[in-house]
Write a protein that binds this ligand. Structure first.
Ligand code: IPM
Ligand code: SF4
Length: 410
C-alpha cells in the first residue's frame, strides 16, 4: 500500500527503501509545532505558502492558552494564518488535530497526509499514508508542498477472532505493542488485516493506527472498506482513489494475533511496551483517571465509560476530555455528558487536555493516573507521576473503585 501511495505522490515507481520526493496531499501543524514551523518558514525567507487550501492548523495542545507566553505565541500564529489565507484553521475548543482531520474529511484513502505531530499515523485508519515530521520539515512543506521520504518496508499484522465482552480496540493495540516492542516496527509501515480489524469501527481503527508510532512504525494502515467509505461519504474534501496491497506483496515480517481470548491490557509505567494482562497486575491504588486524547476521546469511548459509571460515583478525580467539539455535542445530545457529570466526572474543553502534562489535570509527584492516552513516559503528565495506559472501559471501572480494575468484573 505504501509503495503505491508513494508512487502516485512522487510520479515514479517507488519501491521500499527508495528515496523519493513526494507531493503532499494535506499538511497539518498544531498550536505547538506551528510556532516552530512558522519560525523556520520565516528564517527560510519564504513569503507565501504553496497552497493554503492544503494546510490544516488545529489549536489543541495548550488550549485555551495556559500562560501569557502561550497566548502570545498563539496570537502570532493566528495572524500568520490569516495573512496566508489558510481557511482550515480550527481554534481553541474545536478538538484534537488527529480527530479534526478525519472528521473534516482530510484523511482519505490513498492520500499522503503529513502532520507536524508524531501521532499523524492515525490517518492510516482510512487507508491514507499518514505520518509525522519535525517542524522544520513542515516549514519546507509549507513552502514547496513537497518533502523527501525513504519509502518504508511493510510488515503485515493479522488479527483474527472476536473480542469478548469488555475487550476493545485499545486492548488489541496494547497487546500488539507489548508483543513487538517500542522498536519492533521502526521505520516500517504496519498494514493491518484479519477479521478482528475488519470488524473494528472507524473509532477503533483510529485507536489502533494512532499508536503505530509507539512501536516505531512510520505509519499504520488499515485497507479501506465499506466502513471507511460510509464514514467518508458526505465529508471527503476531494476525490480519492483507494489503494490495496497486491496478493503477492512482500512484507519484511508477518505477525498473527488471536483475539478470541484477549484480556484487558495495561501498559505499566514508564514504557508503552511494558504491557500486561490485567489479571497479572498487582493491586494498584490510583489518584486520577483520565479518559480522552486522540487515542480514546471519541463518542464511542465516552459512551463505554458512561455505561460503566451510570448511576454510580467515582472514587477518584476523573477527567473526561472529548476529542472534539462534535464529540462533545453528540455526547451532550445523547445524555452521555449528563451521566458522566452525575457520576462526579470533571469535563474538560475539547483538545489534548492533560495528555502531555501541560494543563487541565497534571499529576503531582508520586501520584498515579490511569489514562486512555498513548504514552506513559516518565514525567509526561507531571514530574514524578506514574501513568498506566488502558481502554476507556478499564479506566472507568478503575475510576469507580480507585484501583486498577477489570471492567469485566464491574
Ligand atoms: C507536541 C507534539 C510535538 C507531540 C507529538 O509530536 O507527539 C505531542 O502531540 C505528543 O503526543 O507527545
Ligand atoms: S492528545 Fe496527546 S498524543 Fe494526541 S496529539 Fe494531543 S498531546 Fe499528542
Amino acid at each position: 500500500m505504501s509503495e503505491k501511495i508513494f508512487s502516485r505522490a512522487s510520479g515514479k515507481k517507488a519501491k521500499a527503501n527508495d528515496f523519493v520526493m513526494a507531493d503532499i496531499d494535506f499538511a497539518m501543524a498544531h498550536d505547538g509545532t506551528s510556532v516552530l514551523a512558522v519560525r523556520a518558514f520565516r528564517e527560510m525567507e519564504e513569503e507565501r505558502v504553496w497552497n493554503p487550501e492544503k494546510i490544516v492548523i488545529p489549536f489543541d495542545h495548550l488550549t485555551p492558552a495556559n500562560t501569557d507566553t502561550t497566548a502570545a505565541l498563539q496570537h502570532d500564529i493566528r495572524g500568520w494564518i490569516k495573512d496566508q489565507g489558510i481557511k482550515n484553521f480550527y481554534d481553541i475548543g474545536e478538538g484534537i488535530c488527529h480527530q479534526l482531520l478525519p472528521e473534516n474529511g482530510f484523511a482519505l484513502p490513498g492520500k499522503l497526509v503529513v502532520g507536524a505531530d508524531s501521532h499523524s499515523c492515525t490517518y492510516g485508519a482510512f487507508g491514507a499514508f499518514g505520518t509525522g515530521v519535525g517542524a522544520t520539515d513542515m516549514a519546507e512543506i509549507f513552502a514547496s508542498g513537497k518533502l523527501w521520504f525513504k519509502v518504508p518496508e511493510s510488515i503485515k499484522i493479522t488479527a483474527e477472532g472476536k473480542f469478548n465482552k469488555g475487550i476493545y480496540a485499545k486492548d488489541l493495540t496494547l497487546k500488539i505493542i507489548g508483543t513487538l516492542g517500542i522498536a519492533g516496527a521502526t521505520y516500517k509501515a504496519a498494514e493491518f488485516y484479519g477479521s478482528t480489524i475488519e470488524s473494528l469501527s472507524i473509532s477503533g481503527r483510529m485507536t489502533l493506527c494512532n499508536m503505530a508510532i509507539e512501536m516505531g512504525a512510520k505509519t499504520g494502515i488499515v485497507p479501506p472498506d465499506s466502513t471507511t467509505f460510509d464514514f467518508l461519504k458526505d465529508i471527503a474534501v476531494e476525490d480519492y482513489e483507494p489503494v490495496y496491497a497486491d496478493e503477492d506483496a512482500a512484507y519484511s515480517k508477518e505477525y498473527d494475533f488471536d483475539t478470541n481470548e484477549l484480556e484487558p491490557q495495561i501498559a505499566i509505567p514508564h514504557q508503552v511496551d511494558n504491557v500486561s494482562d490485567i489479571s497479572d497486575i498487582k493491586p494498584t491504588k490510583l489518584d486520577q483517571a483520565f479518559i480522552g486524547t486522540c487515542t480514546n476521546g471519541r463518542l464511542e469511548d465516552l459512551e463505554v465509560a458512561a455505561s460503566i459509571l451510570k448511576g454510580e460515583k467515582v472514587a477518584i478525580r476523573t477527567i473526561v476530555v472529548p476529542a472534539s467539539r462534535n464529540v462533545l455535542i453528540e455526547a451532550i445530545r445523547k445524555g452521555t455528558i449528563e451521566t458522566l457529570l452525575e457520576a462526579g466526572v470533571t469535563i474538560g474543553s475539547p483538545g489534548c487536555g492533560p495528555c502531555l502534562g501541560g494543563h487541565m489535570g497534571v499529576i503531582g509527584k508520586g501520584e498515579v493516573c490511569i489514562s486512555t492516552a498513548n504514552r506513559n513516559f516518565k514525567g509526561r503528565m507531571g514530574t514524578g507521576g506514574y501513568i498506566y495506559l488502558a481502554s476507556p472501559a478499564t479506566a472507568a471501572a478503575s475510576a469507580l473503585t480507585g484501583e486498577i480494575t477489570d471492567p469485566r468484573e464491574i
